[in-house]
Design a protein around this ligand. Sequence first.
Ligand code: ATP
Length: 465
Amino acid sequence: MKNKNNLTMEKLKALCNNRGFIFAGSEIYGGLANTWDYGPLGVELKNNIKREWWKFFVQEDKNSVGMDGGILMNPNVWVASGHVAGFSDPLMDCKDCKTRHRADHLIENSKQGKGINAEALGEKGMESFVTDNGVTCPNCGKHNWTGIRQFSLMFKTQRGVTDDSTSTVYLRPETAQSQFVNFLNLQRASRLKVPFGVGQIGKAFRNEITPGNFTFRTIEFEQLEYQLFTKESSSLNDYEVFKNKAMQFYIERLGIDKKELRFKDHAVLCHYAKAAVDAEYNFPFGFGEIGGTHHRGQHDLGSHAQHSGKSMEYTCPITNEKFIPTVVESSHGADRLVLAVLSDAYHEENLGTEETPDIRIVLKIKPSIAPYKVAVLPLQKKGLSEKSDEVFSLLSKHFMATYDDAASIGKRYRRQDEIGTPFCITIDYETLEDNAVTIRYRDTMEQERIKIDDLVNKLYKAITG
Ligand code: ATP
């Protein structure tokens, strides 16, 4: 639990459920662990974050293009990528209560393992640490463990009617591989020269067994992945550029507080990687990864060339030099970004006094990614609905807008504050005379009278400015 903004995960979960951001998956059947559904506000927020990412990484860069690959791929893709052999978690079972735990999490969350980077210990080291330090089961408090077993994170399914191994297909555990296997298609079709990049947003699936911390760790999630195909000679410099670009995205485009973000270098690098770093946000449960920048060398294209028998070489049109490009990857989780934005935006403000507090809950989401940009609120139902409908119709052509005519105006403002709507438009009886409305600002609660004719321009400026 953290003290910033007085927020706990329980509070956030309750707000998300009550207001329609995120619901527990298959709730009426008792749920399914680590699955969630996005409601009316959640889908808007997630779409806005994804759109902003696309703009920043793809649209605004003349050396970038996008793609949308399939979830199912030829199983050999996952052999070449190393996922079939090595994409697993080190798990230990408690022999007493039969619960299953990730060894690295078990160590890092134990009092003996405070501050330890468990991954760096390796499998044998983690097993010894648990044994030597008497690390107990967080569920039953006993110390009675099996050894570590590697548990594949890939979901398998069968294709066709037979059940033999040739029909096994996997739900992709990351989106990146379709960017790699399409490298030559993408280059040929876009006629871009190396270095160039490809962005992709899509679902990924991992059979995660550890508790999820709400939507932080789920078995189905969305990734926003960008692969830069570059020259080996400039790749470390590119890595630095993309590492900083990720932070810039979180701070400038998503409005996340810089003080709550940090980099964490990977303790262990894959044999082919020259550098890798996570970007972490300070959630109410502590720092957690929201994205990463990875220098992947020539591993991805090289390995696909080897396994498919197809050349993945690029020919430089200027020098005629042939080479396999180096990949620098910028990878982010849409669901974790939603969670970070919500955690960061949550504020409780006391508008009353110490003796008689009046707490306003307000999500100070950056207007450009807020679910609703504007709420249309007729002061009274009687006689104002026609004009209010007119205003809603005008605004909703430009912005995601909502309409609320129930309860007192004060309550309605609070309702919009709690879901992060940056602007409320109130229509009153004077509006019928002067064609002007009152605009109320979420963060300052200031109000201003403005002509309906000027409204769209004013809001555009306020949202994009
Ligand atoms: P972790 O160490 O938390 O398991 P990871 O290092 O395996 O994450 P990557 O493989 O680098 O994650 O995936 C890229 C991004 O995808 C992560 O930064 C994260 O935002 C997101 N992501 C990964 N696994 C999950 C998951 N189970 N649920 C939600 N998002 C995820």
